[in-house]
Design a protein around this ligand. Structure first.
Ligand code: ATP
Length: 208
């Protein structure tokens, strides 16, 4: 479950944001739509506490993230929040499998190869586990990115423009996979995007 209350942020005196309150229960999905520059990435970074809000609260699974110190924040994020970025960031010297196992390492959890292999099968890249990530297509990399986000079965999945560089077919596939995976692990799924193609796939929507 994710809930925010009266969230504000400022980059400086002339760039202030007041965000609408968000509520997304376990297994539910929320689409946050906005044009370029409306603060979508800023909001997503606040939800992951990569940025600290000026005021307001962010509650994930009964923990108010704004009350955690930096070390607690990093540990909480690694264990409870899965992030899918617009462009996947991988460690290029590691294999696809090791990039997935890295999520366990960062959350101080034992490496779970069976889970990585299971996800690779479900998301359709089982044949690529031993390759380097740059040897995969964009759509394949985005699916690896989704797998990495759900490796630790987080309570919340945050996706930042996950479909903006994909064609219609891969867009539908990525949205379905995000929804399937969040349903399987009982997570809240929050997608921020300007991609109007996603509108019909989500009942719960907030405009920025
Ligand atoms: N580090 C920063 N310092 C100052 N202003 C910033 C900073 N980062 C972003 N901004 C400004 O804040 C506003 C919101 O940026 P943000 O990246 O959150 O928008 P967005 O809705 O994600 O846009 P896009 O769809 O183009 O990625 C923009 O006007 C941007 O110029």
């Amino acid at each position: 479950m994710l809930a925010t209350n009266q969230l504000t942020f400022e980059y400086g005196p002339t760039k202030r944001f007041t965000f609408p309150d968000l509520l997304c229960a376990d297994r539910e999905a929320l689409l946050i739509l906005g044009r370029s520059g409306t603060g979508k990435t800023t909001l997503l970074h606040l939800l992951a506490l990569l940025l600290r809000p000026k005021s307001g609260s962010i509650v994930i699974n009964n923990t108010d993230l704004t009350r955690l110190n930096p070390a607690e924040t990093a540990a909480f994020r690694a264990a409870h929040v899965g992030i899918v970025y617009q462009k996947p960031h991988f460690v290029s010297s590691l294999s696809v499998l090791d990039n997935l196992l890295m999520a366990n390492y960062l959350a101080s959890k034992p490496q779970n190869s069976p889970r990585a292999r299971e996800l690779a099968g479900q998301l359709g890249f089982a044949d690529h586990l031993d390759k380097k990530t740059h040897q995969l297509s964009q759509g394949e990399q985005q699916r690896v990115s989704i797998a990495r986000a759900v490796m630790n079965q987080p309570g919340v999945i945050l996706a930042d423009e996950p479909t903006s560089s994909l064609d219609d077919e891969n867009t539908a596939r990525v949205v379905n996979l995000l929804r399937e995976q969040s349903g399987q692990i009982g997570a809240s799924l929050i997608v921020v995007t300007h991609d109007q193609r996603l509108k019909d796939a989500f009942q719960n929507r907030v405009a920025l």
